[in-house]
Design a protein around this ligand. Structure first.
Ligand SMILES: [Zn+2]
Length: 324
């Protein structure tokens, strides 16, 4: 992907911006045409929907201001603090000319000398710490991709119903076949399709340099709501600890079996985990839907799948032994 400096160029790449115009050609009072900037700081044209007067934006997908925004989204998505929007803007404002790729992730590979133009020493060491953390932790595939801030690709995107592993996604991207994926996942929105194509470089850098431990989406996503403190086999857990506990269940090959997705959506909810009755919304929804379960019972439901698998394998072994 190269910078796209004009709306005309952008419209050649995708139909997603057919309804857009440069400020001058928009149906807005002349007053606004003098107030709104015609060009972004990155040099590209500013565009907005011709009639709707909305979505004022830079036409360049590789705009460094957009990169700064996505960087700060990425960093806060993974729970890091003190590296916010202003810091990212300062970083990209100073360093966008020396980025090796048109991706916000390539900021992670700049040298300290390059970074020092835009960041204080403190922020530079913080950036190193963030990178270090990301490199040594494992991430769920859908979370990892969602953290890139590709428009409309959140952790529950239908994209992850059709691709479960990072390598498969990358394969489609490198072969220029992301539209096929969108067809399979039922993603119609042209802008989502366009940005998935455009941000293949982010996925590549993410997997290669930033998060070498991206796990395929585990077999079972379980949609739950958890109310208050819970306990399993006599030990009490906070919500986060309980989720960790359930997600640490592995099959015999060491593959994670479950990913707990917290939701309040009545359509999605499979279990409402509550050890004691309460007046909380979650509890009331669980009661209405008949989906209440204690943490202990829930944990046993998850474990029973592992035990079934073990029994099956043992039976196989026995059969083999008998046969031999
Ligand atoms: Zn721009």
């Amino acid at each position: 992907m190269k910078p796209v400096m004009t709306l005309a160029e952008l419209q050649e790449l995708t139909p997603a911006y057919d309804d857009f115009a440069v400020i001058e050609n928009c149906n807005i009072p002349d007053y606004y045409k003098t107030v709104f900037p015609s060009h972004c700081k990155c040099g590209a044209e500013i565009i907005m929907t011709r009639e709707g007067r909305t979505q004022l934006q830079c036409c360049n997908p590789c705009c460094w201001i957009k990169m700064a925004h996505r960087m700060s989204y990425f960093i806060s998505f993974h729970g890091f603090k003190d590296f916010g929007e202003q810091t990212c803007l300062s970083l990209f404002s100073a360093c966008h000319d020396v980025l090796p790729y048109y991706s916000f992730l390539s900021a992670f590979s700049l040298s300290d000398t390059q970074l020092a133009v835009g960041l204080s020493d403190n922020k530079i060491s913080l950036l190193h710490e963030i990178k270090e953390e990301l490199q040594h932790h494992a991430f769920h595939f859908s979370d990892a991709i969602a953290s890139l801030g590709i428009p409309n690709v959140g952790p529950l995107s239908p994209l992850f119903d059709v691709v479960k592993s990072p390598l498969v996604l990358l394969q489609y991207m490198l072969q220029g076949k992301t539209n096929e994926l969108c067809d399979m996942a039922g993603i119609q929105a042209q802008s989502t399709r366009f940005h998935l194509r455009t941000f293949d470089i982010d996925v590549l850098l993410l997997m290669r340099d930033i998060m070498p431990n991206i796990m395929a989406t585990p077999k079972g996503e379980v949609f739950v709501a958890i109310t208050g403190k819970v306990s399993v086999r006599g030990q009490s857990y906070t919500r986060a600890e309980f989720i960790d506990l359930c997600e640490s269940i592995k099959d015999q090959s060491g593959t994670q079996l479950y990913k707990l997705v917290e939701t309040k959506s009545r359509e999605k909810l499979q279990y409402v985990i509550a050890d004691t009755p309460s007046n909380s919304d979650k509890y009331q929804i669980g009661r209405q839907l008949g989906k209440l379960i204690t943490a202990d019972e829930f944990y046993e439901v998850l474990m029973s799948a592992v035990q079934k698998e073990e029994t099956a394998t043992n039976e196989e072994k026995e059969e083999n032994a008998n046969g031999a």
